[in-house]
Design a binder for this molecule. Structure first.
Ligand code: ADP
Length: 526
């Protein structure tokens, strides 16, 4: 598996074939392919000179296949070059492009193809050798430039310029080669190169063979990437073709056809590997992009939920401050101001402001998940504190409170502000649920021992109860059925209770309405 960065993103150099170290199984596959090619070569040798006859379609079909395979391979290698800007990759990509374009004049000059033609066998032979020479030189270039690549890279901006330049250079070289080759028949004396070829074909075949051994040796000694391994396969295919053609020394025999077939097979394999690795790379990148966007969305969602939670929790003390301020100004505005009421309102304002400050601290503690503010608490006392806090709201909504507190409950260990907030949220929800009630609005709060070592607090109302269709979603963040709801109260409650190793649940009330209940572990430490 390619290594991943801290964010899970893939590093471009760790996924490209040209830089990816081969796995043991990849090495084995390449070795097996080379052995199969060698075995096929050996098996062909005894029949290499057996005549097959002229198959007219062979050269056009072979040239077309080589053209397609080499062009696609070259395009894929150019893509890899544009990512890593390695000069070695440029050399091999140019080699494949040269090989692709070379197939055109090579096939067109094949002497027996077009019946009446001015082309001689020398022209075709010259093009064959120049094709193989150019291809081999690009492999040598790749092998030699591989090591410099870490230090020598093109600036990203000039990559497209380099690509265009190399394509233009290949076409220019090829144009000259084609001109040289096609005029060599008519002006043999003016072209000593062509004459040289005509005189010692076996010599040149030998030189080419030896030259092809050089990139094989270089690639073998420096094989570090998956691409290196598959280029070894390609060069083996070329070597086998050259060997067979040199050995048989004439056309239309088994060796002449088989040599080309082996080179075609090895080139196809390199292309297949490049294609499959490109598809894999695409899949990996797609997965990585999706993972990153999910991560970003989750982070945004957390931010959304966090900011909404702060707004949600601040709502109650701020609303209380506004109500008390209004009340105070009303008492002051009377012909005889009621100083005692004003004092009470100011006290309420002060308490709410302190509560807002404490809530901020408790939200921070919740986010940091530290338990520093946890103390031993009596839940009965906590219930009374919250009822005092919400007393005015309960009165205003004409809600009667029935308290059932078991004074024998064991203490729990918890964050006072957070647990108060759970009760504030549950009671506020109960008040809102009963706002439209025609029947009596009763809030029942019960605190009892929960076997074996726990304390349970339940908040029951006489509201409409919870629609069973949404019952399993009410604890989800941002789920609300209210027009002005935020859908965070219950999610925050559950998160606080679970943060205290407790459980929060809901069930329908015996006489309608709903009962929210949480259980917290008792603090039984000595
Ligand atoms: P909000 O109050 O902003 O909608 P909550 O998370 O506190 O967010 O509640 C989520 C939903 O659960 C509410 O919209 C409501 O549909 C339902 N709910 C909560 N408490 C009660 C209750 N006591 N009675 C009926 N439904 C309730």
């Amino acid at each position: 598996m390619p290594a991943r960065g801290a964010t899970g993103a893939l590093n471009e150099q760790q996924v490209l074939l040209a830089a990816l170290p081969p796995s043991v199984s990849q090495k084995r596959i390449v070795l097996a392919v080379v052995l199969v090619l060698l075995a096929a070569f050996c098996a062909t040798l005894p029949f290499a000179t057996v005549p097959v006859g002229y198959v007219r379609e062979f050269i056009p079909a072979y040239a077309t296949a080589m053209f397609v395979i080499s062009s696609i391979t070259s395009a894929l290698l150019f893509v890899q070059f544009s990512v890593v800007q390695s000069r070695a990759l440029l050399a091999i990509a140019v080699g494949y492009l040269f090989s692709a374009v070379m197939t055109v004049p090579w096939a067109l000059t094949f002497p027996d193809l077009f019946g009446e033609t001015d082309m001689t066998s020398t022209t075709w032979g010259l093009l064959s050798r120049l094709w193989h020479l150019g291809f081999t030189l690009s492999f040598i270039g790749y092998a030699l430039l591989k090591d410099d690549d870490a230090t020598q890279r093109w600036p990203r901006r000039s990559v497209s310029f380099v690509l265009l330049l190399s394509a233009a250079a290949v076409l220019a070289v090829l144009d000259n080669i084609a001109w040289l080759a096609t005029t060599s028949g008519s002006m043999p004396s003016a072209l000593p190169v062509s004459m040289l070829f005509e005189r010692s074909q076996t010599y040149w075949n030998g030189v080419l063979l030896l030259l092809t051994l050089l990139p094989l040796a270089l690639l073998w000694s420096k094989r570090r990437s998956v691409l290196d391994l598959w280029l070894i396969v390609a060069i083996c295919g070329l070597l086998i073709e050259l060997c067979l053609i040199s050995l048989v020394g004439r056309r239309y025999v088994v060796g002449w056809y088989a040599g080309r077939a082996y080179f075609l097979i090895s080139s196809t394999l390199v292309l297949a590997v490049l294609l499959s690795e490109t598809a894999l790379l695409y899949a990996r990148l797609a997965r990585s992009v999706v993972a990153q966007s999910r991560e970003r969305e989750a982070r945004l969602m957390t931010m959304d939920v966090l900011s909404a939670s702060i707004a949600h929790e601040m709502n109650q003390p701020l609303a209380s401050i506004v109500t008390s301020t209004d009340a105070a100004s009303r008492w002051l505005g009377r012909p005889t101001p009621d100083v005692e009421e004003v004092k009470a309102a100011l006290k309420q304002i002060r308490n709410s402001a302190y509560r807002a400050r404490d809530l901020i601290g408790s939200i921070r503690a919740m986010v940091k998940r530290d338990g520093q503010n946890r103390t031993r608490l009596d839940l009965n006392e906590l219930v009374r504190e919250v009822l005092a806090l919400l007393g005015r709201d309960l009165q205003r909504n004409r809600i009667s409170v029935e308290l059932e507190l078991d004074e024998g409950v064991p203490p729990v260990k918890g964050d006072r502000i957070q647990l108060q907030q759970v009760l504030v949220n549950l009671i506020t929800n109960a008040m809102e649920a009963m706002a439209e009630n025609k029947r009596p609005r009763i809030l029942r709060i019960k605190c009892a021992t929960h076997d074996p070592n726990g304390v349970t607090v339940s908040v029951a109302d006489t509201g409409p109860g919870i629609d069973p269709a949404v019952a399993n979603r009410i604890f989800n963040p941002l789920f609300t059925t209210k027009s002005s709801g935020m859908g965070l109260g219950l999610a925050i409650c559950r998160s606080i209770i679970e943060g205290h190793d407790g459980r929060l649940s809901v069930s329908p009330g015996a006489e309608g309405g709903s009962v929210f209940q949480f259980v917290l572990p008792a603090d039984i430490a000595p």
